[in-house]
Write a protein that binds this ligand. Structure first.
Ligand SMILES: *Cc1c(COP(=O)(O)O)cnc(C)c1O
Length: 397
């Protein structure tokens, strides 16, 4: 079959929930991907902030292969060693006390919301609590996660969603205060908004929200699914601020390609939260994903990934700023670490499509942002190659 045959077959079989780029990816090596025609692409999307080590990382691949031969799945009725190790490493990295493994980011959000509701239920002896979420947030597509996702057109066809969600403006503390009632049990937000257009939390805002939560015994849930796992120059983005969440969610780069997420919490929350019978999963945290997560944390430490993010970020930022200075239609550059966005007054979908033709994979965020979430192992030469290609694309507008 040739490329167009593959695409035609896929379009006949798969539910049309994505407008895909006309590329059939076949394999990867380092920070490059190759399609079925052998064409090479520099990858600045990492499968949407997932493949932190790029492709073909031997230590990671070997760990997965070993675990495949040993044991893939057990259910959560029994213990297994890789997941116990993964749990301890994740908790140490996050300075948290309890973790629950899920199969996706969306499920991590579901669990976090349930944990917060249960905490308030145990404390108050009744249900009926509310959650404050942010406009332009993205937390996932299930009915619960969608309920706290502040984008109307994602929500509308599926209403009524779960009740008791109030939306505030991100980076506006007064707006958050205005949504707090005596029923509020949690405030949920991304530490850096991703899909909404790459907006980092203002330090004053995040500190203000934390203080508000402390004052009223409201739980702060930080969604680190996209911005976590070293991308911003700390293992978790909130570690760049002097603020700690009560519950956090992680996924995407947690497994670096294996479907796994998690929600983590402090002991204070765990003591009053989900207990046997309240929550569960068949696959979540099976030995296979446990081995992946455990190895991911090992590689972060051994390869000093976060130091590398610190080294490479100023160079990427400088090069993006140079592009922003060169083109009038680029109206902003913002982000944190290797999670950057260029806001443009030209159709960003077309920018991504033309870049692909030139062998560069970039994605968009919001309606007007080109998003850069490369593998964390990129080097200066890759930044240069990306900027050269993107510059050629931008020159055509
Ligand atoms: C991707 C994402 C999710 C949803 O994760 P899935 O693994 O796609 O379910 C939730 N929150 C944020 C911030 C994300 O970027």
């Amino acid at each position: 079959m040739n490329k167009q045959n593959y695409i035609d077959h896929a379009e006949q079989a798969l539910l049309h929930t994505y407008n895909r780029f006309p590329v059939v990816l076949d394999h990867g090596e380092g920070v490059y991907l190759y399609d079925t025609d052998g064409k090479k692409y520099l990858d600045f999307a990492a499968g949407i902030a997932v493949c932190a080590f790029g492709y073909g990382k031997k230590e990671y691949n070997d760990a997965l292969k070993n675990q495949v031969d040993k044991l893939l799945h057990t259910s959560n009725l029994y213990y297994n060693v890789p997941t116990m190790e993964a749990a301890e490493k994740a908790l140490a990295a996050a300075d948290m006390d309890r973790i629950f493994f899920t199969n996706s980011g969306t499920e991590a959000i579901e669990g976090a919301l349930k944990a917060a509701k249960k905490y308030a239920y145990s404390r108050d002896g009744h249900a009926g609590h509310e959650v404050v979420a942010m406009q332009h947030s993205f937390h996932g597509r299930s009915l619960g996660a969608l309920s706290v996702t502040g984008t109307k057109h994602y929500q509308e066809p599926f209403e009524p969603l779960i009740p008791g969600i109030r939306f505030a403006e991100y980076n506006n503390l007064e707006s958050v205060k205005a949504q707090i009632t005596d029923k509020t049990c949690a405030i949920i937000m991304e530490t850096v908004q991703g899909e909404g257009g790459i907006y980092p939390a203002d330090p004053e805002f995040l500190k203000g929200v934390r203080a508000l939560c402390d004052e009223k015994d409201i739980l702060l849930i930080l969604d680190e699914i996209q911005c976590g796992m070293g991308r911003t120059g700390a293992m978790f983005a909130w570690q760049n601020y002097d603020v700690k969440p009560d519950i956090m969610t992680v996924a995407k780069a947690l497994g670096c390609g294996v479907p796994v997420g998690a929600f983590l919490m402090t002991q204070k929350v765990a003591d009053k939260s989900l207990a046997p019978g309240d929550h569960g999963t068949t696959y979540g945290g099976n030995p296979f994903v446990g081995a992946a997560v455990s190895t991911v944390f090992d590689i972060f430490e051994k390869d000093q990934i976060i130091n590398h993010v610190h080294e490479i970020t100023p160079y990427l930022v400088q090069k993006l700023d140079e592009l922003a200075a060169k083109y009038d239609f680029i109206t902003d550059r913002r982000g944190m670490g290797l999670m950057q966005g260029l806001e443009m007054e030209i159709p960003v979908g077309q920018v991504a499509a033309k870049a692909l033709e030139k062998g560069l994979i970039i994605i968009t965020a919001g309606s007007n942002v080109v998003r850069f979430v490369p593998p964390l192992v990129i080097e200066k030469e890759h930044v240069d190659e990306m900027v050269t290609k993107l510059d050629e694309v931008l020159a055509t507008f």
